[in-house]
Design a protein around this ligand. Structure first.
Ligand code: GSH
Length: 213
């Protein structure tokens, strides 16, 4: 039987990793479709007809034909539909959502930009890097403080807030951030990495398409 989910993305994409990690932690095998962004495939009609923003990730749910965009929205969909990692109560779900919005507003936008500059994917002048690095450090400080005395970002067990934000902090060092300055984040990342089904980027997102095992 084919896998229920089909994930379209590219190996270097943090947002794609967030979705792959969620599927892996939820024990859901998925077919993976490599989108050759270097060749501009994400801006061509076959991809645009499925992903209106011309971005990755894209998730297709074959059970109902849904095409889902935006990693945070996809994580919420998967939490709802699989009944996993969504938060135990309404208040937890509201807090989870708050962290998802905060992430792309304050953390991911800065960390990912630093990473693309450092890796030479989108070069920029040093002062541009420095401005994003300062923003990223300010956000990492907020997260580190929040994690004092907590195992998880929201509630007593892992939620999509942890999965979403791990999909950023996991790339912070490539962006030039020194995580040793954030001991609570480092300890929390180890807890995420110890979850059953955890897998690193390379294991989840190959450089070619792959059918579910
Ligand atoms: N907010 C989006 C961001 C997605 C995103 O920026 N994807 C990048 C790859 S990591 C992309 O497709 N960039 C091409 C473009 O924006 O034109 C999400 O979380 O899914």
């Amino acid at each position: 039987m084919p896998a229920r989910f089909e994930l379209h993305g590219i190996a270097f994409s943090g947002p794609t990793y967030k979705v792959g990690l969620m599927l892996s932690l939820a024990g859901e095998p998925f077919d993976y479709v490599h989108v050759n962004m270097m060749a501009g495939e994400h801006k061509q009609p076959p991809h645009l007809s499925k992903q209106r923003y011309g971005q990755v990730p894209l998730l297709i749910d074959r059970n109902n034909g849904r095409h889902l965009c935006q990693s945070a929205a996809i994580l919420e969909y998967l939490a709802d539909t699989l009944g996993k990692f969504g938060g135990a109560t309404l208040d937890e779900r509201l807090q989870v959502r708050e962290w998802l919005y905060w992430d792309f507003d304050r953390l991911a936008s800065q960390v990912y930009r630093c990473r693309t500059i450092k890796l030479g994917i989108r070069p920029a002048p040093q002062e541009v890097y420095d401005a994003h690095a300062a923003g990223g450090d300010a956000a990492l400080k907020v997260l580190d403080q929040h994690l004092v005395g907590r195992d998880w970002i929201v509630g007593e067990s892992a939620t999509i807030a942890d999965i979403d934000i791990y999909g950023v902090t996991g790339y912070a060092e490539e962006g030039g951030f020194d995580l040793a300055a954030y001991p609570n984040i480092q300890a929390w990342m180890k807890r995420v990495e110890a979850l059953p089904g955890f897998a690193a980027t390379k294991a989840l997102l190959p450089m070619e398409s792959r059918a579910a095992a």
